[in-house]
Design a protein around this ligand. Structure first.
Ligand code: IMP
Ligand code: MG
Length: 170
């Protein structure tokens, strides 16, 4: 991929994820957590996060898409739903990035309606200045400026997800 500048090196990402895993472990002592990984971008982050956690987990995936092109809107459709009833469970949504906030806001409301015991959100990256709707995010890897990132799950038209580092397009 051309004109990519490195934003976070592989080792730096892994070090930060280890810190998040330790924080989650200390918050969920003695509990089992349902991890809901949001396809496709969050797969990379999810795998590395859960491998670093000691808390027992059940792994689930969901895939959602926003209706209008690349810019998120308030509407999302569920392409792949859970195969597991989360009622009474302690749940963490694991997402790659929070941008406008629409995706996670709608997803959170959707999952809360299923009556989990608790619901938290973990994101690797937060483009805080882009937020259009308020969503409480419990675990954040890094806050980043308004740049388009690629690699480690992040794609440009589905390409670039398997880069081991996170870069940005100049
Ligand atoms: P939100 O609903 O605006 O918060 O959108 C979040 C979604 O937009 C993420 O799940 C990503 O799929 C996508 N996204 C936002 N910023 C980037 C980026 O810089 N690179 C790749 N995907 C992005
Ligand atoms: Mg995504």
């Amino acid at each position: 991929m051309e004109n990519l500048k490195v934003l976070f090196e592989e080792e730096k990402i892994q070090k930060r994820i280890k810190e998040l895993a330790e924080k989650i472990d200390s918050d969920y002592k003695g509990k089992e957590v349902v991890i809901i990984s949001i396809l496709k971008g969050a797969v990379f982050f999810t795998v590395d996060l859960v491998k670093k956690m000691k808390t027992p987990i059940i792994l689930e995936v969901m895939q959602v898409s926003s209706y209008n092109g690349t810019e998120s809107t308030g509407k999302i459709s569920i392409i792949k739903d859970l195969s597991f009833d989360i009622e009474g469970k302690d749940v963490i949504i694991v997402e790659d990035i929070i941008d406008t906030g629409y995706t996670l806001k709608v997803l959170k409301e959707n999952l809360l309606a299923r009556n989990p015991n608790s619901l938290k959100i973990a994101v690797l990256l937060d483009k805080k200045e882009r937020r259009k709707v308020e969503v409480l995010v419990d675990y954040v890897g890094y806050e980043i400026p308004n740049k388009f990132v690629v690699g480690y799950g992040f794609d440009v038209d589905e390409r670039g997800r398997n880069l081991p580092y996170i870069g940005y397009i100049e």
